[in-house]
Write a protein that binds this ligand. Structure first.
Ligand code: ZN
Ligand code: ZN
Length: 137
């Protein structure tokens, strides 16, 4: 795939262009993602480094002992989740201008999903206990 995907926050101060290796979207239902995203966090994993336009508008903070999150400090758009000791970013899917190729593949922390959300897509689902067992944290 050689398609360049453009992405930006709501106000446009933060933007970037990347080539995605796949279009697999995950939904995270953990309580942190609910607080930060207002609901589940739809994200797409990107392994490389990103050259941001408007990097000065990005605020990064420790959301746990093992991860950082970032948002646009003008409009508040959720930008990414990143493990501190691993490469790559879980980028907010909604930042991308063209999501027509994106496919919902998995849901994480399904045991934390609010009862009012019922997603019909066939996905690989993991509970918190399953995630902690698999990734050992
Ligand atoms: Zn913004
Ligand atoms: Zn989460």
């Amino acid at each position: 795939m050689t398609k360049i995907h453009s992405a930006s926050c709501k106000c446009g101060k933060v933007s970037f262009e990347i080539e995605l290796a796949n279009y697999n979207v995950g939904l995270c239902h953990c309580t942190d993602c609910q607080k930060i995203s207002g609901s589940h966090f739809a994200n797409i994993y990107y392994k490389g480094e990103i050259e941001y336009k408007g990097a000065e508008y990005i605020t990064v903070f420790d959301s746990s002992n093992w991860a950082k999150r970032a948002f646009c400090n003008v409009c508040g758009s959720n930008l990414y989740y990143k493990f501190k000791d691993a490469e790559g970013y879980s980028l907010a899917a909604g930042l991308f201008d063209d999501q027509s190729d994106f496919v919902l593949k998995k849901q994480l922390f399904t045991d934390k999903k609010p009862a009012y959300i019922n997603i019909a897509n066939q996905t690989d689902d993991m509970t918190e206990a399953e995630i902690r067992a698999k990734y050992n944290f």
